[in-house]
Design a protein around this ligand. Structure first.
Ligand SMILES: *[C@@H]1O[C@H](CO)[C@@H](O)[C@H](O)[C@H]1NC(C)=O
Ligand SMILES: *[C@@H]1O[C@H](CO)[C@@H](O)[C@H](O)[C@H]1NC(C)=O
Ligand SMILES: *[C@@H]1O[C@H](CO)[C@@H](O)[C@H](O)[C@H]1NC(C)=O
Ligand SMILES: *[C@@H]1O[C@H](CO)[C@@H](O)[C@H](O)[C@H]1NC(C)=O
Ligand SMILES: *[C@@H]1O[C@H](CO)[C@@H](O)[C@H](O)[C@H]1NC(C)=O
Ligand SMILES: *[C@@H]1O[C@H](CO)[C@@H](O)[C@H](O)[C@H]1NC(C)=O
Ligand SMILES: *[C@@H]1O[C@H](CO)[C@@H](O)[C@H](O)[C@H]1NC(C)=O
Ligand SMILES: [Zn+2]
Length: 424
């Protein structure tokens, strides 16, 4: 299916640190010999073979339009479209969040930064786990699902070059997930990203270089999201409307930038800390114990009124294998395991409204592929709920937290529902 591919001449620079401090990015050790050819084999389980760099001509033709892979993004001076869009943000929305300071810290560690946690003026998740801004014109984050006894299933930091064992497992189990992809990885490993889309997983944005977003200028934060959005569109054909901040590091300024780009922020309610294995003597048993804590909460009835969104990673054999090993136990403890779009009834999760996704009812009754809806009639992240979904949201207290009407001029949300308060 895939023709012989020439190797991309993109280079990879310094590594970045993952969601909680793990090194990622250094893992794509340069694209190697530009004359190398190989077949891309989606069935290969050989890690070295899967991670051997290749050239994908459609990406080789456009890398010049993107920031350097694995370096913090900035708007390219030649990119008039991005500059114009940022200028629009700068003149319409930026003044509203001008009082939010750029934070100082590294890789999600802000221990030395002075901040008024008690007042939490910026709704800064990193310090206070705030997900609902006091200013209700800024959209709340999503950190749980409205459906009880449900596991919101997703992976951060992909695509990993050698992810076939995980993706095969999901295919065998007819299980879809939400993939929070790093733009640099998408351009490094485009065929792996395409596999995720072809396999029916939901695609969301996880920034260009995995930087702590609150430490970036408006322009740099905009560029991290903008170019990842462009990369996913160029490679897979769809434009995501959801994102997740590395380390969960988000405040109202970053929410406003993401909101301007029509991105709904998906955080998490539970964390497996799977990436920690092997760091600071963290063992496999500790990670298994972290999963067990979520199962214990399920047994104790914690998820009888809402669903968990659980943080896992596509970064290495251990994180992916833990998920495979735990999957039967997740099934025992949760009634449903669903990607975020289905958990939220986002039947049109992308800007391309002809791309659809199964809603919750469809997903749990076995329909795992999108069905056709008249363009524009589906629910999309950040949109006003309609139809049965709206009925669901008003009849259950745990409705869609980001339900709102978009002010497209300002790109910010006017929250219409009362549901947001549920996340406090
Ligand atoms: C995933 O990425 C890591 C880091 O680059 C790499 O070492 C590993 O081989 C990849 N795949 C698996 C299955 O671990
Ligand atoms: C952003 O707006 C400020 C004024 O609020 C202006 O000084 C600055 O030049 C603008 N930057 C861009 C890139 O438009
Ligand atoms: C956000 O969505 C609105 C409504 O569809 C659209 O008009 C606007 O262009 C979008 N903004 C961006 C930056 O994509
Ligand atoms: C890991 O364990 C070894 C042996 O117990 C200890 O010497 C070392 O300090 C530990 N390292 C960390 C980072 O905790
Ligand atoms: C992890 O490595 C083992 C041993 O090579 C292999 O059997 C397994 O399939 C790998 N798991 C994943 C998810 O790559
Ligand atoms: C879906 O819509 C996009 C534009 O949003 C268009 O480019 C694409 O061709 C459409 N796909 C189909 C199968 O109609
Ligand atoms: C999704 O739709 C179902 C009905 O099909 C409803 O029960 C549920 O509340 C809806 N969820 C959301 C988040 O709107
Ligand atoms: Zn991450």
């Amino acid at each position: 299916m895939f023709a012989a591919l020439l190797l991309a001449a993109t280079s990879v620079s310094a590594g970045a640190i993952g969601c909680g401090g793990h090194h990622i990015g250094a893992r794509n050790p340069g694209m190697g010999n530009p004359h190398y050819r190989r077949e891309y084999n989606p069935d290969s389980l050989d890690v070295t073979a899967q991670c051997t760099a290749y050239n994908y001509p459609p990406v080789a033709a456009i890398v010049k339009d993107f920031p350097t892979i694995w370096t913090p993004a900035t708007i390219l001076p030649t990119d008039t479209a991005a500059s114009a869009l940022f200028a629009e943000f700068n003149s319409t929305v930026a003044p509203k969040v001008a009082n939010v300071q750029v934070k100082v810290g590294t890789q999600g560690d802000f221990s030395g930064y002075q901040y008024d946690n008690a007042d939490d003026p910026d709704c800064w998740w990193t310090k206070t786990r705030c997900t609902v801004p006091k200013d209700n014109t800024i959209a709340a984050d999503i950190s749980r699902l409205p459906e009880p006894n449900t596991w919101g299933f997703g992976f951060d930091d992909g695509p990993n070059c050698s992810h076939n064992a995980l993706y095969n497992f999901m295919a065998e189990n007819n299980q879809k997930a939400t993939m929070f992809f790093i733009g640099s990885n998408v351009l490094n490993w485009p065929l792996q990203a395409i596999r995720a889309k072809t396999d029916g997983h939901e695609l969301c944005i996880h920034t260009w270089s995995h930087s702590a977003m609150t430490t970036l200028t408006n322009e740099a934060a905009f560029a991290e999201l903008y170019y990842t959005r462009q990369a996913i569109k160029a490679v897979t054909g769809v434009t995501p409307k959801c994102w997740r901040p590395p380390y969960g590091d988000v405040d109202n300024r970053i929410r406003a930038i993401a909101g301007f780009l029509n991105l709904t922020n998906v955080l998490w309610s539970d964390d497996t800390f799977d990436w920690q294995e092997g760091t600071n003597n963290v063992t496999a048993e500790t990670v298994v114990g972290n999963y067990q804590k979520v199962f214990d909460k399920a047994k104790a009835g914690e998820y009888d009124t809402y669903g968990a969104i659980v943080l896992n990673h596509e970064i290495n054999n251990k994180t992916m294998q833990h998920m495979i090993d735990q999957y039967p136990t997740i099934k025992e403890n949760f009634k449903y395991i669903v990607p975020i779009a289905s958990g939220m009834n986002w039947t049109t999760p992308y800007v391309e409204a002809n791309e659809t996704y199964p809603n919750f009812e469809q997903y749990i009754s076995g329909q795992r592929e999108g069905s056709v809806v008249p363009s524009g009639s589906g629910n999309s992240p950040g949109s006003t709920l309609t139809g049965s979904a709206a009925a669901g949201a008003s009849s259950t207290a745990a409705g869609k937290p980001s339900a709102g009407t978009r002010n497209s001029a300002a790109g910010i949300l006017v929250v219409a529902g009362v549901a947001a308060a549920m996340l406090l």
